[in-house]
Design a protein around this ligand. Sequence first.
Ligand code: GLC
Length: 601
Amino acid sequence: MTTMTRHEIVAERAESLLARMSLAQKLGQMIMSERMATTPDDVRDFHLGSVLSGGGSAPGANAVGDWVAMNDAYWTASMSEANGRLPIPLLYAVDAVHGHANVLGATVFPHNIGLGCARDPELVERTARVMAKEVLATGVDWTFAPTLAVAQNIHWGRTYESFSEDPAVVASYAAGYVRGVQHDLGTDGVIACAKHWVGDGGTTAGNDQGDTAISEEELERTHMSPYYPALEAGLLTVMASFNSWNGDKCHGHRYLLTDVLKGRLGFDGLVVSDWDGVDYLHEDYGTAIGMAVNAGMDVFMVSLEWKRCLELLQQQVEAGIVPMSRIDDAVRRILSVKLRFGLFEKPRPADRSWSNSDSFGSAAHREIAREAVRKSLVLLKNEDALLPLSRAARILVAGKSAHNRGHQCGGFTVAWQGETTNEAIVGGTSIWEGIQALAPMAALDEHGTSADPALHDVAIVVIGEKPYAEGMGDLRLGGRVEKGSHNPAKPHNLAPYGKTIELAQLHPEDLALITAIAAKGIPVVTVFVGGRPLVVNAELDASQAFVAAWLPGSEGQGVADVLLGDYPFHGTLSFAWPQSAAPSYKDEAPRFARGYGITTG
Ligand code: GLC
């Protein structure tokens, strides 16, 4: 009697389910609708396979219990057997991309650009593990992480979601991140989703969702290679990318989605579209849907028009444009992911062992985030070994991001575009709160007007960018820009953050503050909070010490730990730091090369 392998058991169970499913049930599994447009009755009546929260889309008061209750209602509806309905449990998905940061009180980790500077895959696996536990606490099954973008141009508003401009650094984190998130795919893991396939970080001029105009050799070497270790680690889902490759949208790219990813690389999980990403393939929605599914799209992420998507998908099948064999392949993949995740064996969300866990946002979780903050900091300048500071020093703490947990966290935190206050980030510490806890003679004065060399030995000035996400973080010379949409009705361009990579142009208030304090003879330690390197020559020259803190997340105390000498500077740049703001800045020698960082440990 030969025993079947786990893979064979899954395949057999998927086949058995498939054989019992109606066309409506099969097509329903291919829809991932947004919660704001979806009721539990919709899940039951249309056999929806998954529901998501877009950035900032939260139930009730956005507390853990509200999330568990919401997921319990959707799951229960998906298991209805009314009128002989076939119960297939629903998956709920969210962007937990630096902790489960949508949810109030979550542990918010440094965004990937900071983790990339730590050069510590074991640490990143631990952060992913903690994030998965906080996702499980809310009854959520699936996170759209890791981002494996290899950002090539810091004009891109999603640079901070990229671990590095070096594919080898990104690849070094990929497997551990997937293991940390998916774990044993039993009760202690959630489904990971590597994104965005493929070439999202390589668009011309860093235009979000733009065109990646490079050779296949460059696409493979720079943008595909980090996926290999993720696939090896058992990655279950991949998200298609908004960008085009040499003019052809990835969402409709059969060669990239099917021939390469599923064929050559043997990916046997499912491919999910990005947010309404199919809409940009063609001005006729039905045609666009047919193009996407025939290219290899398995799940359609649809914000509002999911009923129309379902209807048009059925029409495409009935018209013979989409063969039933492709539908069966997509549904087989979806069922296989659910079976490999153990979803059919899980109890309802409210009864799962991790739901409502007290570990959510716990001190133990925050300690791991604090360690990640410490290791992500990069010391770029330290004249006369000013750092570390003495705890007894009379420290003036100034700057718009000195006491602002919202600024520290950046985008994809509570709101899609992030938050700009302390109150919006429940739990954690601002950089000021961390300094205050260690240095009794420190004083906060955001505008630095009280700066006085008779009162202050040194100033810590925390400056940089305000939160943003996706295209709203782009720095574009030409303002709004067309994004390769083949659907004139949906040009989909977002107002950019600014037009230049020079900080003094984007935020002149920062240089003004640094120079005003330094002019009084007080040495300045500048701490940069932002999502990417920016041209900061004037700010560097006016500072005696300069630290890149990136987007450290909720645990600002990790910055204080290092500034005040409890821990050494460890981080090294995962992106070269630009010398000039010219569009061709990458052709010039950088101010600091990738790998640079003054380490003190
Ligand atoms: C967004 C992003 C993607 C995210 C998805 C769901 O547009 O491109 O990274 O996972 O929509 O929020």
